[in-house]
Design a protein around this ligand. Structure first.
Ligand code: GRF
Length: 196
């Protein structure tokens, strides 16, 4: 399975994906920022990358679409990609775009998830891998990873503790999609032949 990864910055999830390629290959990286650290990570793995500035969404999406038509990936992974894709863009790739989000969706879509979980005195927090549809962070959830929140936690400690969980969650999920353990049938999502 050929995977294209979209990034905006640090790229630690991209690195995890590159380290754990088993049933899939990361064939290209797209970044909206020329200075994204993830671009160096792609380079160190000899994975080609393209920078598409996202100042004008329609123009950027047209460029991304043209590139993706050539690359023809089986899966697009948004790994720390900080731009919202339009409904018309997403409609080109039904069941083919997934995202990693640092909260237990449907809780806390959007930004500042760790602080919002603390503000609400949650005892659990986590990350979600989900399909991307036209609504921000609201597509069908695929998998989640949980951590406990302790009295000492800050947004920073939570983010740090969650990140390594994110890496495992994302790489395992992509490998499961790639080997067909997670699949869509008749608009329903299955994992090991069970509806999820
Ligand atoms: C991760 O926390 C991811 O869940 C969120 O953005 C962050 C990206 O980190 N969407 P990195 O660039 O993969 O290190």
């Amino acid at each position: 399975m050929r995977v294209v990864v979209f990034i905006s910055g640090r790229g630690s999830n991209l690195q995890a994906l590159l380290e754990h390629q088993k049933n899939y290959t990361v064939c290209h990286v797209i970044s909206n920022r020329a200075r994204a650290n993830g671009l160096s990570i792609a380079k160190s793995y000899a994975v080609p990358s393209t920078v598409i500035p996202w100042r004008d969404t329609a123009q950027a999406e047209a460029k991304a679409l043209a590139l993706l038509k050539v690359l023809n990936p089986d899966l697009i992974v948004l790994a720390g990609f900080m731009r919202v894709l339009s409904a018309s863009f997403v409609a080109n790739f039904p069941f083919k775009i997934i995202n990693i989000h640092p909260s237990l969706l449907p809780l806390y879509p959007g930004l500042n998830t760790h602080q919002r979980a603390l503000n609400d005195h949650q005892t659990k927090h986590g990350a979600t891998v989900h399909y991307v549809d036209q609504h921000l962070d609201r597509g069908h959830s695929i998998s989640q990873s949980h951590i406990n929140i302790t009295a000492q936690d800050t947004a920073e400690t939570l983010a740090a503790r969650l990140l390594s969980k994110e890496h495992t969650l994302l790489t395992t999920t992509v490998n499961k999609i790639a080997c067909g353990e997670i699949y869509w049938q008749d608009n329903q999502l299955f994992y090991n032949n069970q509806l999820i």
